[in-house]
Design a protein around this ligand. Structure first.
Ligand SMILES: Cc1cc2nc3c(=O)[nH]c(=O)nc-3n(C[C@H](O)[C@H](O)[C@H](O)COP(=O)(O)OP(=O)(O)OC[C@H]3O[C@@H](n4cnc5c(N)ncnc54)[C@H](O)[C@@H]3O)c2cc1C
Length: 455
């Protein structure tokens, strides 16, 4: 009998995805459910939850990668953890199929399922994008970007071919939402720092380009603030191209077009194309028997139970976060559902845990989800940022402090909060740590070279 099978007979709450929602649901339920003789099982291909709002700061060398993720093993000691992917859910039978990171697929029975597999990067069929681009949704991407920017600057400093040098020093971000703006701002700040350390490259040679298809950036802040952000980025030498879209990225040769008349809007080469143009619900929902709404999310009631075909609650089926369409009674997206963000994910997770406990064990009552957006905070590198908190508009240093204050508090677990705080304090005295680590994708190269038969 496998380890998993040995817990098969206990009433199981299966949590599909240990990100924001999954981590909080498990943290809130693991001990209570155990006390009732049940078990919380968390399945995720990663052994950690990623605090995605910190990814731009990880890419920019302000936070160490491991400090921006929360270990499941360390913090979910009363849960059963399976390092793998849920490939399908058959709620009619209350079973899910799991593909472990290593080994054969197997089926798991559950009493309740919590769908919390989040979202993936949304892309379009642009030639060359899949081959040359990189997103910023995972910690690995953030690490790769930090290395990429530092490596390109270092390599360019030895290049004599002007075209190759120009290409190496051109960094492009597509998408002017929060993630795209924070990413380009943090990377530009880091590049500025790196150039100061390297007298073979000048700041004027480094080119940062933001490409945004809409006429404005950052829909989460006011129009006036968004205009200020554009001005701020331009004052730092970042080219902000609005109403512009990427038409072709073959071999890193970018062709841009004007959104209004589809006329050419520029052509240049780059070694670094970062795609931050939005997310879509995890397509694994299509391998379930739940009802999927127009935007590809699981149709979910405001008590966070998944709807049946009549809009009634399915027994033992719950969803929250980016994978779910939950009505936002205070506003939200144009279709009246919650915006996919961490603010909703964490609050929904906490309510879901309470509601599930109430429904399954009869303790407490099931409540409706209601949360009025508190605003938004964004950091653009040291002492720079923009924020709108409870209607109060901030920019520059106060906004940056609000950003750090909010996210420092929101980072799950005290242990991780302290690690991040430590990184910020060290960076305050010694600046960001922009050192690239080479050969992370070929760690055995040095050993292979040593062990190869000598001629
Ligand atoms: C760069 C960036 C910056 C952001 N900044 C902010 C911000 O400042 N403020 C804000 O409010 N929001 C921000 N967000 C959005 C926020 O991070 C998400 O809304 C939030 O993470 C959603 O939580 P979730 O639990 O639904 O999904 P996630 O946190 O993405 O968790 C999903 C989990 O499911 C796992 N998974 C995926 N597929 C499967 C499967 N088949 N089986 C099992 N597990 C699976 C994944 O590995 C992951 O651990 C940002 C996002 C990004 C990418």
């Amino acid at each position: 009998m496998s380890i998993i099978e040995s817990s098969q007979k206990r009433p199981r709450i299966l949590v599909v995805g240990g990100g924001y929602v999954g981590l909080y649901v498990a943290l809130k339920l693991q001990k209570k459910v155990k006390a009732h003789g049940g078990i919380v099982t968390v399945v995720d291909p990663n052994p950690y939850m990623t605090y995605q709002p910190f990814l731009p700061e990880v890419a920019g060398g302000n936070i160490e990668p491991r400090h921006a993720v929360v270990s499941h093993r360390q913090h979910l000691k009363h849960s059963e953890l399976i390092n793998g992917t849920v490939t399908s859910v058959n709620h009619a039978n209350k079973t899910a199929v799991i593909r472990p990171v290593d080994g054969e697929e197997f089926e798991l029975e559950y009493t309740d399922v919590v769908m919390s597999a989040g979202a993936i990067t949304r892309t379009f069929p642009i030639p060359g994008l899949a081959e040359t681009g990189i997103g910023l949704k995972t910690i690995e991407e953030a690490v790769a970007l930090r290395n990429q920017v530092a490596q390109r600057i270092e390599s360019a400093s030895n290049m004599t071919d002007p075209e190759a040098r120009k290409r190496a020093l051109t960094f492009v971000v597509v998408g002017g939402g929060f993630a795209g703006i924070e990413t380009i701002a943090e990377l530009e700040d880091m590049a500025r720092h790196l150039v100061q350390l390297n007298d073979r490259v000048s700041k004027d040679e480094v080119r940062f380009v933001l490409v945004e298809a809409m006429g404005r950036i950052m829909p989460e802040v006011t129009e006036e603030q968004a205009l200020w952000v554009v001005e701020h980025l331009r004052s730092r030498g970042i080219e902000v191209l609005l109403n512009t879209s990427l038409a072709d990225a073959t071999d890193g040769n970018l062709q841009l077009i004007n959104m209004a008349d589809k006329s050419p809007a520029g052509e240049f080469g780059t070694d670094t194309l970062i795609w931050c143009a939005g997310v879509m619900a995890n397509p694994m929902v299509r391998s379930t028997d739940f009802i999927i709404e127009g935007r590809g999310r699981i149709d979910t009631r405001t008590d966070l139970r998944i709807k049946d075909e009549n809009g009634e609650a399915l027994d033992g089926a719950w969803a929250a976060g980016d994978i779910s369409a939950v009505k936002d009674v205070t506003g939200g997206l144009p279709d009246g559902t919650c915006v996919p963000n961490a603010q909703h994910a964490v609050r929904q997770a906490k309510l879901l845990a309470k509601n599930l406990y109430a429904a399954r064990y009869g303790v407490g009552s099931v409540k409706e989800y209601k949360h009025k957006n508190l605003g938004a905070v964004a950091g653009f590198g040291r002492n720079k940022g923009v924020a709108k908190v409870l209607g109060i508009k901030l920019k520059g240093w106060p906004a940056w402090m609000a950003h750090r204050g909010y996210h420092g508090m929101a980072m799950p677990t005290f242990e991780r909060k302290f690690r991040v705080l430590g990184d910020w304090m060290v960076a305050w005295f010694y600046s960001r740590d922009a050192l690239q680590l080479n050969n992370l994708d070929v760690p055995r190269a040095a050993f292979e070279a040593s062990a190869a038969p000598k001629k």
